[in-house]
Design a binder for this molecule. Structure first.
Ligand SMILES: NC(=O)c1ccc[n+]([C@@H]2O[C@H](COP(=O)([O-])OP(=O)(O)OC[C@H]3O[C@@H](n4cnc5c(N)ncnc54)[C@H](O)[C@@H]3O)[C@@H](O)[C@H]2O)c1
Length: 465
């Protein structure tokens, strides 16, 4: 570990119970702020979005995340948690400042757009006038922390007494509270012993649970996050590539995945075939990683990530093909029930959501698409106002020519095929998430298709002699 020592590195007292600010209170930051308060810290959440701050301060989580609403109310009531738009207040308040702002894909390339990160670090650095630690949690390209360290010290009235660390975040939407309070591991990217000790003080309650900790340098900490997401994306695209092969041969990708998963070296998690990955992390993170690797002259090492991305995109096109096939070869005028819009169940996040992308493509081919998502209708409507949104599963499927399952919400898996069959125009369904019982649907008279699974009666393509 490269340690930058200066007179106060070891002598300056560590705040045993540091006061924490969380800058950027979106999916990651709001969860982090609430959970830090739940661990007993005094926390101030900061955001430039006045509406979001007002909602949170009034006790309302502005997005859907199971368990977060109750915890927010509980923490506001303790008086340990508050929200503001004022950076001056944040600079005065915090000993440790977590930066959790967005790093979306740039408008004109695969690179990450670091404008929000730069603004947040700059806003803090120019105001903080006592020793403090700035901790990046946003997912960033390798080398960002080094660059920011220089920028922060130039801008700071206290120079290099303002330190910077990176602490990548691995929470999953839908399990964000649980993942924050009980993470698989913690990673600290630090440049001094003081920074490490300060982070240890913040995470003391979590480390006390026996949570594994990896203390690393700044670039390794940045790389851990994009490497982890690349691995997960690759595993999903791997089984979806096998699904493509299955489609060409009459083999069944679900049986294949089951057989592979019994090999402990492979394992079954993230080996689920279907419509692929989406959301505000995996797609943009693998693109930004490949882009950054090219800049660093090691583009070839991760060139496979382009294939991973392409396989993922092809699943969406294939889903449209299957729906078109069931609709009789032409989508024009067909009524399609799109079940789901969020990129995954238990979230209302529609960023790069495969479900919404498929719904949009069906609509572009002239289908009348009726979308129902238990939580994401409002966000989906903002993203694609042209689609029809309804408030129940029953409304969505009524008179449908084809039902397309696009996000595997529990409600859809639990629906009764017989009861749904009474509502639809035609009993035809495409299961884009391998979440339904094919036999139960076929038994109820449905024409049932799933990505990578043979249609009944389809015979295996014989290998050439
Ligand atoms: N969402 C996840 O599951 C997750 C998991 C791990 C890591 N991450 C990473 O965390 C980061 C944030 O992701 P998110 O999903 O929470 O995004 P988000 O869009 O939900 O939240 C980002 C927030 O930052 C605020 N913001 C922007 N500029 C700001 C500034 N200058 N000062 C203060 N606030 C500012 C925005 O108003 C917004 O509320 C990204 O880098 C993402 O890749 C996200």
């Amino acid at each position: 570990m490269g340690t930058t020592r200066h007179p106060e590195s070891t002598s300056h007292p560590i705040a045993e119970r540091p006061r924490i600010t969380v800058v950027g209170v979106g999916y990651l930051g709001a969860t982090h702020a609430v959970c830090m308060a739940a661990l007993g810290f005094d926390v101030l959440g900061v955001d430039v979005d006045e509406r979001k701050v007002a909602e949170l301060a009034a006790g309302r989580v502005p997005f859907f995340e199971p368990g977060l609403q109750a915890k927010l109310s509980e923490m506001l009531a303790t008086g340990r948690l508050a929200f503001t738009t004022e950076f001056d207040e944040a600079a005065r308040f915090g000993d440790v400042h977590f930066v959790c702002v967005g790093t979306p894909q740039a408008g004109d390339s695969d690179a990450a757009d670091l404008a929000f990160v730069d603004q947040a670090f700059e806003a803090l650095a120019s105001r903080i006038d006592r020793r403090a630690l700035l901790v990046g949690k946003s997912t960033v390209p390798i080398g960002t922390a080094e660059r920011l360290t220089r920028m922060v010290r130039e801008r700071s009235p206290i120079g290099d007494r303002l330190e910077l660390a990176w602490n990548p975040e691995f929470l999953r939407e839908g399990f964000a509270v649980e993942d924050t309070l009980h993470p698989d591991r913690l990673v600290f990217g630090v440049a001094s012993e003081w920074a490490e000790r300060q982070l240890r003080a913040v995470y003391a309650p979590i480390l006390a649970q026996g949570t594994p900790l990896v203390v690393a340098d700044l670039p390794t900490a940045e790389l851990v996050k994009v490497a982890a997401n690349s691995f997960l994306a690759t595993k999903i695209s791997y089984i979806n590539a096998m699904a493509e092969v299955c489609e060409a041969t009459g083999a069944d990708v679900d049986l294949l995945a089951a057989a592979l998963s019994h090999d402990a070296r492979i394992g079954g998690r993230f080996l689920k075939p279907g419509l692929g990955f989406g959301g505000g992390c995996l797609p943009k993170d693998i693109r930004a990683f490949a882009h950054r690797a090219e800049e660093l002259g090691v583009g070839e090492a991760v060139a496979f990530l382009h294939q991973v991305d392409d396989i993922n995109t092809r699943r969406r096109l294939r889903m449209v093909d299957l729906v078109r096939e069931l609709a009789g070869g032409d989508l024009d005028g067909a009524r399609i029930a799109a079940l789901g819009a969020a990129f995954k169940p238990d979230s209302d996040d529609v960023r790069d959501a495969p479900a919404l992308d498929v719904a949009r493509m069906l609509s572009l081919e002239g289908a009348h698409v009726v979308v129902y998502d238990p939580e994401a209708n409002a966000n989906a409507h903002r993203a694609y106002p042209d689609l029809d949104y309804v408030d129940s599963l029953a409304e969505a499927v009524t008179d449908a020519d084809v039902v397309a399952l696009l996000t595997e919400w529990r409600e859809f898996g639990e629906a009764d095929p017989e009861a749904l069959g009474e509502l639809v125009g035609r009993r035809r369904i495409v299961d884009g998430r391998h979440a339904l019982d094919a036999d139960a649907y076929r038994g109820a008279g449905w024409e049932f298709r799933a990505l990578g699974r043979p249609a009944p009666r389809r015979s295996v393509v014989p290998a050439p002699a």
